[in-house]
Design a protein around this ligand. Structure first.
Ligand SMILES: [Zn+2]
Length: 296
């Protein structure tokens, strides 16, 4: 998050960890763990797409992925840490002992795409559910948005969700559409975007939730995001800022944002040609919904 990260440049972070020596010498936690390696490669691939699409300028955007299931079999070998315990800033009871890959604070998506373990780290949530420690590969401090992302993961775990990935990014056309007040009512944008091309309705069946503008990194924004996800959305639009998406893995979270932004591009292309796009009719949308047994 740019604003929060920028503050870190001038205000010393109270949670800066002290390095501790590793008990076990390890080249990379990805070595001999093909499933974890695959997950991190997915993160890197998505980070590259975010940069190529112009959605990840400078250090914009964040990715946090729950990788606990990749590390269960290795728990006995993970008795080392790179940092002393760091306070999360909140207590998240459903994340006890969980492991997450987190983009590093002030790191660029375009760098993460090439060197994911140099621009992000894997953390372990401690038993008090209020602290974490960095365990691999390097002492890269997680994004300042970590408490918000972890709060969402805590919510997902509490409801028994299979979702493991959270993504925040700045898709240009979707953000542009939130600068128009009439679009910000509940499901106004959802209906416009769904009606641009059938695949949007099929592949983003829960539509696009809207959260009014709030200070980036604030507790209020995190809480509003969770309330909106709980209102049966996978993708939440932060007015005049960006999206927050969750899904089973990071590629699927990206796909939902990509599909929605494609619809926004089609809408804007039509408007650029000088006409209001007709959109699919309610009957056509209903037919699609029944044919594919869609969520809403
Ligand atoms: Zn942002």
């Amino acid at each position: 998050m740019r604003l929060q990260d920028a503050r870190h440049l001038i205000v010393p972070c109270p949670n800066v960890p002290r390095p501790v020596s590793k008990k076990t010498e390890m080249k990379s936690i990805l070595d001999n763990n093909p499933e974890l390696k695959h997950r991190i490669e997915q993160v890197a691939e998505v980070a590259g797409y975010l940069w190529q699409k112009g959605w990840g300028e400078r250090n914009g955007g964040n990715i946090v992925v729950n990788v606990t299931d990749c590390l269960n079999s290795q728990l006995s070998t993970l008795n080392y840490q790179l940092s002393t315990p760091i306070a999360i800033g909140t207590t998240l009871p459903h994340l006890k002992g969980c492991y997450f890959y987190c983009k590093g604070t002030n790191r660029r998506m375009r760098d993460l795409a090439r060197w994911p373990m140099d621009n992000g780290s894997i953390i372990r949530i401690l038993d008090d559910c209020a602290h974490y420690e960095i365990i691999a590969d390097h002492l890269v401090m997680p994004t300042s948005e970590l408490p918000s992302h972890l709060s969402v993961h805590n919510y997902l775990m509490a409801k028994g969700s299979s979702y493991k990935a959270s993504l925040h990014t700045h898709p240009i056309e979707l953000v542009a559409m939130t600068h128009h007040r009439p679009f910000l009512g509940k499901d106004i944008l959802t209906k416009i975007l769904w009606s641009m091309i059938p695949e949007t309705r099929a592949f983003c069946p829960k539509g696009l939730g809207i959260v009014p503008y709030m200070l980036p990194g604030s507790v209020a924004l995190a809480e509003a995001t969770i309330r909106t996800l709980d209102d049966n959305y996978n993708v939440v639009m932060w007015e005049k800022h960006g999206v927050f998406a969750v899904d089973t893995d990071i590629m699927s979270a990206f796909d939902q944002v990509d599909v929605l932004n494609k619809a926004a591009q089609i809408y804007m292309s039509a408007r650029s040609m000088g006409f209001e796009p007709e959109g699919m009719s309610d009957t056509q949308m209903q037919e699609l919904s029944e044919a594919f047994n869609l969520a809403k």
